[in-house]
Design a binder for this molecule. Structure first.
Ligand code: PAF
Length: 300
């Protein structure tokens, strides 16, 4: 299979390197990372350790083959730009699989490519970009993918096999849109607080005030999800959030990493979208609005 990883940051590079053991993979990323990979290969450290000679480029113009699978791992604020740039290399047979945070990626993709090319996935694997050419696999997580309409298609099963072969166990989701909401609720309750208070995920359960804020944010975001027709219980979502915090106790969340790098955050696609949906459905979104305001005021 011909695979392009569009947005070869930490998780994209990790998946790309694993898939490249059996398939033709091209990483599309930023220049310093790409140059380091071209000179010295890609080094994966941590939970998985290997070194891979893998093709990498910083321009879609180098995609000279028919792309069977395009794995989209760019930050959510770059989705439209990235897919527009990649569009000339995509045929109607290309499957575009988004592995991104946030609630607006599918809607953005659909404004550029056909809905029936899009699959969505979620991964809780932890990966951190250490330096150009070096990615740290910080945590072995779970990965799920699904068709947007929940059906179990042949192409979905093929991708599951592809990842299995690469030693990344992956499960089929029959309601990936609900799973994306679940991940977004968890992210909405963890990410902005860690970025505002510049703390590791674990501090959110150690500090009683932050713990209370996590619980209130989680409840508010869950209320919005319920108003959108997703049947979650607040108790379940809170338990899931605490479980994720405990599993990623010593991690810097992706939003904290963004503010530390002084780059844009995904707040608009996570809490910002929850605010939009909440307002539309007359659900109180004061806390989500507040964290959006604080993040933007402090860092953007
Ligand atoms: O965005 C992140 O950082 C991760 O999704 C999570 C689960 C919050 C762990 O840090």
């Amino acid at each position: 299979m011909n695979i392009v990883i569009l947005g070869a940051g930490a998780i994209g590079s990790l998946f790309g390197a694993l898939l490249s053991k059996h398939h033709n993979v091209l990483l599309l990323g930023r220049k310093p990372h790409v140059s380091a990979i071209q000179s010295n290969g890609l080094h994966i450290q941590g939970k998985t350790m290997f070194h891979e000679k893998i093709s990498a480029t910083d321009t879609v113009k180098d995609v000279s083959f028919d792309v069977d699978l395009l794995l989209l791992t760019v930050k959510s604020y770059d989705t439209i730009k990235a897919i527009k740039q990649a569009k000339p290399s995509i045929s109607k047979n290309t499957i575009v699989l988004t592995f991104q945070n946030g609630l607006d990626n599918i809607e953005k993709l659909q404004s550029v490519i056909s809905k029936n090319q899009i699959l969505a996935g979620i991964t809780t694997h932890g990966a951190v970009f250490k330096s150009p050419g070096v990615v740290h696999h910080t945590g072995i997580g779970r990965t799920i993918i699904g068709e947007l309409d929940g059906t179990e298609t042949k192409r979905l099963k093929n991708i599951v096999e592809l990842f299995d072969e690469a030693n990344v166990p992956i499960k089929i989701s029959h309601n990936i849109l609900k799973d994306i909401w679940q991940k977004a609720i968890i992210n909405s309750s963890i990410n902005p607080l860690t970025a505002i208070f510049q703390c590791k995920n674990g501090y959110l359960v150690e500090n009683p005030i932050l713990f209370h804020l996590v619980s209130c944010l989680c409840e508010e975001s869950t209320n919005v999800a319920k108003s959108m027709g997703y049947t979650f219980t607040t108790k379940y979502l809170f338990e899931q959030t605490i479980q994720v915090i405990n599993e990623t106790f010593n991690n810097n969340s992706s939003m904290l990493q963004s503010v530390e790098r002084k780059s844009q955050t995904e707040i608009d696609s996570i809490n910002g979208k929850i605010v939009t949906f909440g307002r539309k459905n007359n659900i109180s979104v004061l806390l989500n609005e507040s964290v959006c305001f604080i993040i933007k005021r402090l860092y953007q």
